[in-house]
Design a protein around this ligand. Structure first.
Ligand SMILES: [Zn+2]
Ligand SMILES: [Zn+2]
Length: 359
């Protein structure tokens, strides 16, 4: 099969289109013919070497996968060839540890992330994933949209519903609101009945953010403290919850934007920087830092129900053929993608010029 393989970290030139062995179905595997794979910031951090923990090269990038099952291992139950499926961000969890049994399988110590560890990723025509990490895609949801559901929506569902426990009427600040996780955070916070404030440095995305569920949009220059605007929208109190898709680059303005008893949900970290931090600044206000990583299979199934009911809409900007994966990364890095770009690995021989989707 054709795949994008990275042998050592670097710029987009380290992404090579290669021919590698087709995956075969081990005992617990489903082999998926990949229809679409989302391009996540995580992929860029693996490719350029910013992320080192849990990475083993050479690797095939990509953990946001949807497609059609073409083969199943002998221990697989609930999945058959021809089924339309999407993956969580992993290809292996143990299934028996306290995290797996407690519906926290993203924290399983034996987990293997897709796209980081060896030649198992979605920038490929086929991928083998153990069936614990796969969910059925309902007939009403197309596979391109389904591919990004786990990472952009499942992770946020995990954050706002299960970890952050956002309640009706609470004020929620979404940082990095124009990004993939950001736009879907707006939708979910709105669906839960929150008063939603979006933060962005991209003025051209403000209208879309409102359409996605933001009640207010704060546009500011890079490096500018936006907390006074958050306070102005919340009667001077600040927000009850921050959905933090950015991390340390916005640490101080976010800290100043948080209300007494606020919950700060750490989800994203866009660079490798650190911040000086005095814990008393948080605990004297009864504030909490909470965190989530990725998505459980149950959360992914819940996301598909919400998409089917029209409560959530996956935002896919553009599709790229497999041999245009470098261009996809360049577009994401330049901030020219709204929502998500996806790679369609079985369009390997199509023109390299990306075309805007009809949707
Ligand atoms: Zn992702
Ligand atoms: Zn486990």
């Amino acid at each position: 099969m054709k795949a994008i393989v990275v042998h050592e970290p670097g710029g987009v030139d380290v992404m090579n289109l290669e021919t590698v062995d087709d995956p075969v179905a081990d005992d617990k595997d489903v082999v998926i013919e990949v229809d679409a794979c989302g391009v996540c910031t995580h992929d860029i951090l693996v490719r350029d070497g910013t992320l080192k923990m849990g990475v083993r090269m050479p690797c095939i990038l990509g953990h946001e996968i949807a497609g059609t099952v073409v083969a199943v291992g002998k221990s697989v139950t609930g999945f058959d060839p021809g089924d339309r499926v999407a993956t969580t961000q992993r290809y292996h969890v143990c299934g028996t540890c306290r995290f797996c049994r407690g519906a926290h399988e993203p924290l399983c110590r034996q987990r293997r992330f897709l796209g980081d560890w060896g030649l198992v990723g979605g920038y490929a025509q086929f991928v083998a994933v153990e069936f614990d990490n796969v969910a059925h895609v309902p007939a009403g949801v197309d596979l391109t949209a389904a591919s990004i559901a786990a990472c952009t929506m499942g992770t946020i569902l995990n954050a706002v519903r299960d970890v952050g426990r956002v309640r009706v009427g609470e004020a929620v600040l979404v940082t990095g609101a124009g990004g993939g996780l950001g736009l879907h955070s707006l939708q979910l916070a709105n669906a839960l009945g929150a008063y939603v404030i979006a933060q962005t440095s991209s003025p051209d995305k403000a209208a879309l953010m409102k359409a996605m569920g933001a009640h207010e949009v704060i546009v500011h220059a890079r490096g500018e403290d936006f907390s006074s605007q958050v306070k102005a929208f919340t009667g001077g109190e600040g927000v009850d919850v921050i959905i933090d898709n950015v991390g340390t680059p916005l640490f101080e303005p976010m800290r100043r934007s948080l209300a007494i008893l606020g919950r700060w949900l750490l989800i994203g970290q866009l660079d490798g920087t650190f911040v000086p931090f005095n814990p008393a600044q948080l605990f004297l206000k009864g504030q909490s830092m909470l965190s989530v990583t990725s998505t459980t299979r149950d959360q992914l199934a819940d996301v598909f129900e919400l998409i089917e009911r029209g409560k959530l809409e996956p935002v896919v900007d553009r599709s790229f053929a497999l041999d245009a994966a470098r261009e996809a990364h360049l577009e994401v890095e330049a901030g020219r993608i709204t929502g998500r770009a996806v790679i369609r690995p079985n369009l390997v021989d199509s023109p390299t010029n990306p075309s805007r989707d009809d949707r």
